[in-house]
Design a binder for this molecule. Structure first.
Ligand code: HEM
Length: 182
């Protein structure tokens, strides 16, 4: 994944736990890279090692690290670095979620070697939508859940997120049902 992802993990850790904790996480992860270049692609294993080491060093579960990272990615990284792109995603939360399938089309213009997630939607009602998530990458379901909560917070909308099916129980891909109060 592009360095911006690893850099965002670094920022999240440093802001919440301090520089020393980040140094310990880097050490524990075995990732021997002094600093991440946002526009440079790195092996996915770097990101997974950092997330795993962050869980071990903070005593959080890997799942909660990935969820926290999802929220951080929307509310801090995306908002601070790509605010206008985020705004272009929709003027309401339902609209943003409806547009999610095409969101990374623009990101590819900035990061040409991107391997984006594949989102689609179904079963839209006045107060809910099903988000289908397909990816060649494993284990990022909690990250997606965190992203969805981050999007809800961005629009100051209370939501529930229910995992309807998952690869972990044999399905072909994940489906998240996002429900809100209209
Ligand atoms: C302007 C904001 C955003 C930027 C710049 C951005 C950029 C990226 C980048 C660089 C990656 C790493 C993939 C790679 O390097 O091959 C990525 C992955 C990902 N992004 Fe975004 N993204 C943004 C917003 C979002 C939002 C709002 C969502 C909401 C659901 C999202 C969902 C994901 C997921 C799930 C992945 C993991 C890829 C996978 O599952 O295979 N991103 N994105």
């Amino acid at each position: 994944m592009y360095g911006i992802v690893n850099k965002a993990i670094e920022d999240l850790v440093k802001e919440n736990f301090g520089e020393e904790k980040w140094d310990a996480i880097k050490e524990r992860s075995g990732v021997d890279i002094d600093f991440f270049l946002s526009n440079e692609p790195y092996d996915d294993s770097v990101t997974y090692k950092l997330a795993q080491a962050a869980a071990e060093e903070t005593g959080m579960t890997l799942e909660s690290v990935l969820m926290a990272f999802g929220e951080w990615w929307v509310l801090r990284t995306s908002r601070e670095k790509y605010g206008s792109l985020l705004q272009a995603g929709g003027s309401t939360m339902p609209q943003f979620l409806r547009n999610l399938p095409v969101f990374h089309n623009r990101i590819v213009l900035i990061y040409p070697k991107l391997t984006p997630p594949d989102f689609s939607t179904s079963n839209e009602t006045e107060t809910s939508i099903d988000i289908h998530y397909k990816s060649a990458r494993e284990g990022l379901q909690p990250f997606v859940r965190g992203l969805l909560f981050g999007i809800a917070k961005l629009y100051e909308q209370q939501v529930t997120v229910e995992l309807l099916q998952s690869r972990t129980t044999g399905a072909s891909h994940e489906i998240f049902r996002v429900q809100w109060i209209s």
